[in-house]
Write a protein that binds this ligand. Sequence first.
Ligand SMILES: NC(=O)C1=CN([C@@H]2O[C@H](COP(=O)(O)OP(=O)(O)OC[C@H]3O[C@@H](n4cnc5c(N)ncnc54)[C@H](OP(=O)(O)O)[C@@H]3O)[C@@H](O)[C@H]2O)C=CC1
Ligand SMILES: CC(C)(CO)C(=O)C(=O)O
Length: 335
Amino acid sequence: MNIAVYGAGSTGCYLAAELLLAELDVSLICRERIKHSIINNKGIHISDYLGMSQSVMPTEMITDVEHAPHIAAHFDVVFVTVKCHQLTQSYPQLLTITHANSSIVFMQNGLGSFDLAAQHLPQRKCYQGITPFNVLQLANGCFHKGTEGQFIWPLCHHTQHISHTMSQHGLSCQLHDDMAAVINGKLLLNLNNALNAICDLPIQAQLKQRPFRRLLAQAMQEWLNVCQQANRPVAQLTKVPPKWVPVILNLPNGLFSMLAKSMLDIDPKARSSMWEDIQAKRLTEIDFLNGAVVKLGQQYHVATPINQRICAAIKRLEQGETLDISQLNPNRLTD
Ligand SMILES: NC(=O)C1=CN([C@@H]2O[C@H](COP(=O)(O)OP(=O)(O)OC[C@H]3O[C@@H](n4cnc5c(N)ncnc54)[C@H](OP(=O)(O)O)[C@@H]3O)[C@@H](O)[C@H]2O)C=CC1
Ligand SMILES: CC(C)(CO)C(=O)C(=O)O
């Protein structure tokens, strides 16, 4: 089985490395800088919050699909790991490098980008997958997994084969047949991406502060309200059911830290991918995350004022403006 990771950056390189460790055949379609960094450092180096550390070399690294005729119709499975707003440019290349029986698995956070991609690629089997953990790209070809979790993929014959091969090598992933619920559950957690970027703290330090937890709880509650109204199932991706997550976030510091320890294993330095985007002065995925909550809220007549404020705050940060966090929710930032 020929596998490609299209748009290998933080999550894509980590994913490729896990598949390569399972001795699968994995090529990267990536930028020159990624290829050089991997070659110069003799492989992709992955590590995690538990102290794991491994190195692997991809089968091939392609930086110019148009000038690589040998990969036309070559890949049986392609994991697409570009950002949501980078997908539109990828459709022609995804079509070129796959064949009629290929599976294309889109690994973007949030809502909206997958539906568009599937509409543009009616000739291919398109699926949605998720990366439930954080990956930070460090220097020297190193990629660090900062939070717990395993890749979640839709159940199909390709992913079953991958899952089986991974398990033979002591690695694991999760396969689901209801990815829609998983995506909704992941969005619940991703509502922290923007707040984490706004407060400019590691996730662990951010969650120690009750005002930030309360904001997050409100943003999450709005999404749960939208899901209820829209009849969208929300899968449980944490140790407690989705409806309990905002309740726990609202608890006073002492009680919260007791419960949080057992809820999520997290590296003290982990931050959200949106924090990385803001730091790197890149466009963020806000429209697909909190923005998607606002859009669906409007469609189903559910109020989403906190998510609206969060979107506005991120748009200002994208413009390079500074923020006064208390403007987000002045009434609740006092304790
Ligand atoms: N980082 C994380 O911890 C997590 C991220 N996610 C989600 O996963 C998705 C991917 O995120 P992430 O891995 O962080 O993104 P990255 O920006 O790290 O990786 C995407 C890579 O694809 C490159 N790229 C874009 N277009 C092309 C193209 N046409 N051909 C080749 N390379 C291309 C980008 O280069 P360039 O920058 O030059 O455009 C970049 O190197 C997002 O939707 C994100 O929300 C989910 C969970 C965790
Ligand atoms: C895993 C998580 C939620 C970490 O914030 C993430 O998806 C991201 O950073 O984009």
